[in-house]
Design a protein around this ligand. Structure first.
Ligand code: PGA
Ligand code: ZN
Length: 398
């Protein structure tokens, strides 16, 4: 049973304050979780409060309700968080404290059981597949100004024989991108997720990433494709009814046409948020056109919310969903979204945020839920924390 919950402000990878939670149990179990934070957040996400505010509210309203609950009863823990908050979007205690506590309780329960977290969350009969890591190698948008309009170009080592080979392949693509940029005389800093953020056009970025992927593919001898997170809600100007790429704009029809063309030209394995988060219809049109050969994934569209996912399923808006526990506030809610997706043939992609910590919960979550993919960057300590944890899980070493 939970005997104590402590909350503190810690740094995230952008140097901002985030919430870390510790959960202690009567039998000596201990779990620690830290909330990540988005920069290109969806309009319909649960609310992140300033860390100090969120902690004060959670201490007052949530902690007293949690004491005495069985940490292993995740539904009870998450239900208590919801009841303490009392809103639909965690705007009273903050989704940052909620998700940190939810993850910490799961880890405390796993600790009591003496089992790895993925085992506690997934159970004995989970699948034994490992997720393919989608690795951000070139990026711009809200994660790096003066770089590409498309937020993320993601290496997708779909033919990798093991998690470890996939993780190293993505790192090799990241390094190859640096080589190709260097050969072209393009200087590049890194964006918030460690991807290269070169001051080049999106068209040039496609060439650079394709070249880098080809080189590594030749080297490793298995299939590597790539994909995108367009994060199109950030490009969409509702007043103009158009997607704004610097000086250029595209109507919704042109955007659908553009993305469908890119899928075919570059054999894209994955396209996240190709359209605005309010445009289920255009999503459905694109999925109808290219959904047989690529994953069309809803991030800002679905925000890990079963209500929004159900709406999307009804109209055929996509064929996959991004799962970010902090978008919805608890692990139980994230599991519900995964389950609804799976029942409807949607692929699941477990994801980090652009602002991250050393927390490795999402690696365990991806294995526990038998997710097809995990999106958690390529390099940088807060990204490799998850990737290395995946390698350890695959090696039975956690
Ligand atoms: P965010 O970006 O964490 O800044 O929202 C990640 C994404 O859009 O997938
Ligand atoms: Zn996204």
């Amino acid at each position: 049973r939970i005997t104590g919950v402590s909350l503190r402000r810690v740094l995230d990878s952008r140097g901002n304050a985030t919430v870390e939670a510790d959960v202690l149990t009567e039998s000596g179990g201990f779990g620690r979780g830290a909330a990540p934070s988005g920069a290109s957040t969806g309009e319909y996400e649960a609310i992140e409060l300033p860390a100090g505010e969120s902690i004060a509210a959670a201490r007052e309203h949530a902690v007293p309700r949690l004491e005495g609950l069985y940490a292993g009863d995740q539904r009870a823990v998450d239900g208590a968080l919801r009841a303490a908050d009392g809103t639909d979007d965690f705007s009273a205690i903050g989704a940052n404290s909620a998700v940190a506590i939810s993850m910490a309780a799961a880890k405390a329960a796993a600790d009591v059981l003496g089992a790895p977290l993925y085992q506690h969350l997934g159970g004995a009969f989970r699948g034994d597949n490992f997720p393919i890591p989608l690795g951000n190698v070139v990026g711009g948008g809200e994660h790096a100004k003066e770089a590409t309009h498309i937020q993320e170009f993601l290496a997708a080592p779909v033919g990798a024989p093991s998690v470890s080979e996939a993780v190293f392949a993505n790192a090799a693509v990241h390094a190859a991108v640096a080589d190709v940029l260097d050969e072209r005389g393009v200087p590049a800093a890194k964006g918030d997720e460690g991807a290269w953020a070169p001051p080049i056009s999106d068209a040039d970025a496609f060439e650079v990433v394709e070249e880098a992927v080809d080189r590594v593919e030749d080297d490793v001898g298995f299939e590597i494709r790539f994909g995108l997170d367009v994060a199109a809600a950030e490009l969409y100007d509702a007043d103009e009814g158009a997607y704004v790429y610097g000086e250029e704009t595209k109507s919704t029809d042109e955007q659908v046409e553009y993305i469908a063309g890119l899928v075919d030209e570059y054999d894209l394995a994955y396209v996240e948020d190709p359209l605005d988060e309010n445009d289920y219809e255009a999503f459905a049109e694109l999925t109808d056109r290219v959904g047989d050969r690529t994953l069309i994934c809803g991030d800002d569209l679905f925000v890990t919310n079963v209500g929004r996912l159900r709406e999307g399923i009804d109209v055929g808006a996509a064929n996959s969903i991004l799962i970010k526990p902090n978008q919805i506030g608890t692990l139980s809610d994230a599991f519900d979204a995964v389950e609804l997706a799976a029942r409807n043939g949607y692929e699941t992609v477990i994801s980090h945020r652009s602002g991250e910590t050393e927390d490795t919960t999402i690696a365990h979550l991806a294995v526990a839920t038998d997710a097809g993919f995990i999106k958690t960057g390529t390099v940088g300590g807060e990204r490799t924390a998850k990737l290395n944890e995946l390698v350890r899980i695959a090696d039975d070493a956690v």
